[in-house]
Design a protein around this ligand. Structure first.
Ligand code: NAP
Length: 305
């Protein structure tokens, strides 16, 4: 594939940014990649790993001359970064972000984007529970969705170039409105994470009663919760603080359903439980059919249950 942007600046050098760098390098999508991270340690690790051509101490230096600037910091840090880079952006450049929440990021970043610079918010629906510059890998976005969320009237060529970059990195690209995004992600990602955090927290409390049995007999269901609940605390704190309305709306519905199931268990209503679980099983089939997960037992891990 040919070069899409002559110079790409990565602001934040964690899981997402380092994976983008590896993928762009693998496929020759960027002429040059610059980057910066908040800590000297992350900058040093990035130099050592060599996935950026140049690592700078400040975001202002990193964006100098960049054709694409990617904001890959926690959602709560986006505004400060946008404020810092704004005076240094090249006319005609595109600024994008990879934040997991969109309304809050658009409101935090949008006002800082100067005239003549294109802002195309984005969100790759790909991740792991690992973070930092060592955690990235080129295949992270393979066959995953990347959503682009441009405001109406955004320059079409800027959107198309960014879409081409994500496709080059292996992703499928779709466009969506920002509020719809925040609601959809509250259902598919944000609330499931909160539930996993809660379940692991409950088990941890219980562990004190039952000694180490919760860990020792950790079966597939709980083990999958612990993987999700190991995700970066800063990132997830910011997700909930910044997608308040949608997550509260979905959590309200969730607790209503949970109470209904609780009642079915108490009253011995097996039909209700069976009908409910039959309906949910079909959703899993849909996800597998859409190519978004493996049909192999235990996610193909081949381990014991
Ligand atoms: P990460 O691995 O934790 O990396 C975050 C980067 O941001 C690090 O370089 C960190 O610098 C820097 N940073 C942290 N706080 C900062 C601050 N206050 N000011 C400036 N820089 C700061 O995170 P990530 O997983 O790549 O996530 C980055 C963004 O992608 C987030 O907005 C997240 O919502 C979004 N996202 C994440 C996933 C996922 O599953 N992980 C998926 C899709 C989208 P130091 O290393 O020096 O601390």
């Amino acid at each position: 594939m040919s070069v899409i942007y002559n110079r790409v600046a990565l602001i934040g050098l964690g899981l997402i940014a380092s994976s983008m760098a590896h993928a762009m390098r693998r496929d020759g999508l960027a002429g040059e990649i610059t980057g910066t991270a908040r800590s000297a340690e992350s900058r040093e690790i990035t130099r050592e790993l060599g996935f950026c051509d140049a690592v700078f101490d400040t975001a202002a230096e990193a964006v100098n001359g960049a054709d694409l600037v990617v904001l890959a910091v926690p959602v709560g840090a986006m505004e400060a970064v946008a404020r810092e880079i704004a005076p240094h952006l090249k006319p005609g450049a595109t600024v994008t972000d990879v934040g997991s929440v969109k309304r809050a990021v658009v409101e935090a970043v949008g006002p800082h984007i100067p005239e003549g610079v294109h802002f195309v918010p984005g969100h790759p629906l790909a991740g792991t529970e690992h973070s930092g510059p060592r955690s990235g890998f080129a295949e992270l976005f393979e066959n995953r969705w990347c959503l682009l969320l441009p405001e109406p009237g955004t320059d079409r060529a800027a959107i198309d170039a960014l879409a081409k970059l994500w496709r080059g990195m292996g992703a499928n690209v779709d466009e969506m409105g920002i509020d719809h995004h925040d609601l959809v992600l509250a259902v598919t990602s944000h609330c499931p994470h909160l539930i996993a955090y809660t379940m692991v927290g409950v088990a941890d409390d219980l562990r004190r009663v039952t000694d180490s049995e919760v860990i020792k007999y950790s079966a597939a269901g709980f083990r999958d919760f612990t993987r999700i609940a190991a995700s970066d605390p800063t990132m997830w704190r910011d997700v909930f603080l910044n997608n308040k309305e949608a997550t509260l709306e979905i959590l309200g519905r969730f607790t209503e359903e949970l109470f209904a199931l609780q009642r079915a268990i108490r009253t011995g209503d097996g039909d209700q439980l069976h009908d409910y679980f039959t309906r949910t099983r079909a959703i899993r089939r849909g996800i597998v059919e859409a190519g978004q997960d493996t049909d192999a037992p235990d996610f193909g891990r081949g381990g014991t249950r």
